[in-house]
Write a protein of this length. Structure first.
Length: 370
């Protein structure tokens, strides 16, 4: 297969509700969308990066730059038959995982279209027809309103609730939510807000029967998480700290966590995410698929990945209607009673080109040298 041209778009969508975590917030998203054309076929990718550098360091602008100046030129006009070969074309590019995931997703999309096989099939075969969906809720100082938000999503059938927490907004939040929802599957996400000096404080969270505490310590740490895990009954889950399958294996060896959040964008693409999944399965560690307020392209890929057998916990990939008045694809992802159907078509959506154009804030076309 040979890619003849690539279109890059910065697409802006506004969230229905502003989302606040311990380190950052979001109201308007700007993701880079990739459209690759090869031999008459079209493949779509998406890099669902934040606009600011407060998650793993990448931003919309850095993703654009790396895609435009390095990744797209590396693959244009070059022949490849497998995703492994495709990735090899830009293997000199280090880090920049969100950018890498955007262009790799387009390659998977092209391969699915060319072979007539679904993405779950290409990834190794779906273990289920539906995946369980959880919901991730931002911080809200009004605890009564937060509980009403939780109730609304419980009524919609979501299978677990994740709450964002941080110093000064943790124990009191959980006391309020647990008092109203004593049996609700519940987890919390700190987004690196604590240090080992907070061990005694974090031990208070053991009282709330949580599924897990996600990424309480530094974004690049493994060893201190292992020390903290030995001090807690509640399982720790790592997110930001795991940017490769190799690093995932190391975290499991150290005992840094008992649960793993797998995000293809954070890991550099679906292939690396599959390798991380396989490492967790081999170690007997449960995984779930995190989200980045993905638009429909990335969201569909996450759902396909979540059909693999190791994804035994509800993920963050809830229905797109929870986030946006309108997505850039049709049909949009929907959760029914907390379940999302696994896509069986090679490409389970169409990109609404008129709406994409209306929401595009930057565009460039790169063409292969002939």
């Amino acid at each position: 297969m040979r890619i003849e041209h690539i279109d890059l778009y910065v697409v802006e969508l506004r969230l229905n509700h502003t989302f606040q975590a311990s380190t950052h917030g979001a109201g308007t998203l700007r993701h880079v969308v990739v459209r690759a054309v090869a031999e008459g076929l079209v493949g779509w990718g998406e890099a669902p990066t934040p606009v600011d550098p407060y998650y793993t360091g990448e931003t919309t602008d850095t993703v654009w730059s790396v895609l435009h100046d390095f990744l797209a030129p590396a693959v244009l006009g070059r022949s490849w038959d497998t995703v492994e070969e495709f990735i090899g074309l830009y293997s000199r590019v280090k880090a920049n995982n969100f950018a890498r995931s955007g262009i790799e997703m387009a390659a998977w999309n092209l391969l699915a279209t060319a072979t007539g096989r679904s993405l779950p099939e290409l990834l190794g075969g779906a273990a289920r027809d539906t995946v369980e969906s959880g919901v991730s809720l931002g911080m809200d100082r009004d605890l009564g309103r937060l509980c009403e938000t939780v109730q609304r999503h419980v009524d919609q059938g979501y299978r677990r609730v994740k709450l964002k927490i941080g110093p000064g907004a943790d124990v009191s939040v959980l006391e309020a939510v647990r008092d109203r929802f004593p049996t609700l599957p519940l987890m919390v996400d700190a987004n690196c807000a604590y240090t080992l000096r907070d061990v005694t404080h974090l031990q208070q969270l053991d009282a709330f029967d949580l599924m897990m505490i996600e990424q309480p310590l530094a974004w690049d740490d493994l060893t201190e998480h292992a020390e903290l895990q030995r001090s807690l009954r509640t399982p720790l889950c790592l997110d930001e700290s795991l940017n490769s399958a190799k690093r995932t294996r190391r975290a499991l060896e150290l005992g840094s966590c008992r649960v793993v959040n797998i995000k293809p964008a954070r890991l550099g693409g679906l292939l690396e995410a599959k390798l991380a999944h396989d490492a967790c399965v081999a170690a007997g560690v449960p995984v779930w698929c995190g989200g980045m307020h993905d638009f429909g392209i990335s969201r569909a890929a996450n759902i396909a990945l979540s059909a693999l057998p190791g994804f035994t916990l509800p993920g963050d990939n809830s229905g797109s209607d929870k986030y946006f008045d309108r997505d850039i694809v049709t049909p949009e992802t929907r959760a029914k009673d907390g379940l999302i159907a696994v896509p069986l078509q090679p490409v389970p959506y169409e990109v609404d080109m008129d709406f994409l154009a209306a929401r595009t804030r930057r565009h460039a076309r790169l063409t292969a040298n002939r």
